[in-house]
Design a protein. Structure first.
Length: 273
């Protein structure tokens, strides 16, 4: 093409995409037209960064690395200080790409998330945003990546009223850095629920077919154990303060029962990743 941009690096923007498509095209073509500057002098053994044979395959490969670095909040300075030839050049290339985006007032998708992440790291702005979010609920949690998870945790702070729902069998966005490691499925024995010291709440799946008030009891019971681990009078008094009818709920739950020893649990484990 006349401007030197590869055909498969462009997208038609006259079909309703408008400025958004044009901005996307710019970020794609930027990596190509600025590739010499982005990769610097990193042509080693006739390969870009010692890894890719052509400029276009280098840009394709760098795009994956750049997205991963942005979404995992990796400091390019740490790569440049690593001493590894490839990582050093990768850090230099990423830093130049970020500088070029800023100079041209452009954002790719990964940097849109990073921009919001940086905004929430400003205490004054974060406080204003967090004041508007008393509760945060996330569906399709299995499709979140690291930076999205950090955004959710910051939005939910300081109340930490965060609820997530996910199914590892429906993970569709691994290509965007999503990982099902953030959802845990394991065998659970002789418990309705458990809450780990790292902040992971696990519920027996059999519990979830019972009435909501019984699920509430099991969750409340486990969360209060973080303050008082033993079932003593102090724990019972604290439980009664939060849930006056806890004895009745517990009785109903025991009557309805759970199959001990064979229940499977699914728990959200963002605190353990």
């Amino acid at each position: 093409m006349a401007d030197g941009t590869p055909r498969h690096g462009r997208r038609q923007s006259d079909g309703g995409g408008g400025d958004a498509a044009a901005r996307f095209d710019f970020c794609v073509s930027l990596r190509y037209t600025e590739s010499d500057a982005i990769t610097g002098e990193a042509v080693m053994a006739d390969k870009y960064l010692g890894k890719w044979a052509t400029r276009w395959t280098a840009i394709q490969g760098l795009t994956r690395f750049f997205n991963k670095m942005t979404e995992e909040i990796i400091d390019p300075g740490a790569l440049m200080a690593s001493g590894d030839p490839f990582l050093v050049q990768l850090g230099v290339a990423y830093q130049h790409y970020e500088d070029t985006l800023q100079e041209r007032n452009r954002l790719d998708f990964a940097h849109q998330q990073k921009l919001f992440y940086n905004v929430l790291n400003d205490p004054e702005i974060a406080e204003q945003v967090q004041a508007q979010a008393r509760y945060v609920m996330v569906d399709e949690y299995q499709d979140t990546n690291y930076i999205q998870e950090q955004l959710l945790l910051r939005l939910a702070h300081p109340q930490n009223n965060l609820c997530v729902v996910g199914d590892d069998d429906q993970s569709l966005y691994r290509f965007r850095g999503a990982t099902v490691r953030r959802v845990q499925v394991r065998l659970m024995r002789r418990k309705w629920a458990s809450f780990s010291s790292k902040g992971s709440l696990t519920l027996a799946t059999d519990l979830l077919v019972h009435p909501v008030d019984l699920v509430e009891y099991a969750i409340c019971h486990e969360l209060l154990h973080q303050r008082l681990p033993d079932h003593n009078k102090g724990f019972q008094a604290m439980l009664a303060a939060w849930m006056p009818d806890w004895r009745e709920r517990e009785r109903r739950l025991m009557v309805q029962g759970i199959e001990w020893g064979t229940t499977t649990s699914i728990g959200e484990t963002y605190g353990e990743t």
